[in-house]
Design a protein around this ligand. Sequence first.
Ligand code: SF4
Length: 399
Amino acid sequence: MTQLSAEQAYQLENVQGAQLDVLRQQACDVRDAHWGKVMTYSRKVFIPLTNMCRDECKYCTFVQRPDSGNAQIMTPMQVLSIVKQGQQMGCKEVLISLGEKPELRYREARQMLAKLGFSCMVDYVVDICTLILKETDLLPHVNAGTMDGAEFAKLKAVSASMGMMLETVSERLLAKGQAHFACPDKVPATRLATIVSAGEHQVPYTTGILVGIGETWKERVDSLIKINELHRQFGHIQEVIVQNFCAKGDTQMAAFPEPSLDDMLRTLAVARLILDPSISLQAPPNLQHRYKDYIASGINDWGGISPLTKDFINPERAWPQIAQLAQATSESGYQLQERLTAYPDFLTQPAYFEPVIMQRLKLHCRQDGLAEQQFIEQSRSTPKTSHQFESTTLYRVAL
Ligand code: SF4
């Protein structure tokens, strides 16, 4: 089946019922032809390096202003302590996530950074990645937001992959009263320029869309089309996340309607049919628990899941037990397997990695590019929160 054009996708806004089922089956056929009967996840630890940010997204509960008393930059010792625990629990990826350029807006951020010996966050991220590579076996994946070419060059030397959600190409959402008002880093042209720069620097890149923040269906389709165009140009998009907006108390969008399940399933199917089949399609399993419906809409990946740290961007949404996901995946006819932060297709292309990173990737990957050591928690009958995973027994799955 050929990929959907923008015009074809625009027509699918209201598709539902039996027609939606047909669309989802088409997406599954494309997924199965390229990815087979395997669904993947990456076993990771989540490092929220700083919760300060110069932007003011109206749905965000992660960000803290310096005068709140909760703003912080994690120290190298704090980071290392978590990463080492993650290593003991079979994690291979360190997701380093941070607010956008807080030092450009807040004096307190500059002071905290100066105490650590740095004048900009990206240089501190480089230092943290270097420390992780030196002291542990894990692979850094960096989400540092909008960046220029020089910043990509520095971070490529010390990380296996990077990412930034495009979220949307809608300029309308920058207006007063909209989700991205007062967010200089959410200007679509700036985010697209970042994705271009990642392509120019041959960085395996993760991006995605945020569904339901006020964008129209056409704008949603246009965002996916744009991502696909950039992948055609550079070949560097390894995965696209389709993430549903979640309304949170204490935000300006607390009463904003969340996308319906049908809206998500329609968007997932259309994403699968717009994007090149080689781009992994991911939906976060902690933001919606209809695992089988998602699988039946064309996804092939559950993203990063941590047995140790919570999702600091959505702290109220615990990660599912990996055993639970494995079961739902298996009942849908697929096998859950652990991948690395860089996808198999990229591991055969040395230009995407510095030699030291390639060496580390080889340490962890088996012949097909997925993780050599496949870990999964044993299922227990009583439900647990993500924090209770620490006591969970690990065993290596024979595949
Ligand atoms: S969503 Fe990201 S960019 Fe927006 S305010 Fe929160 S941390 Fe900053």
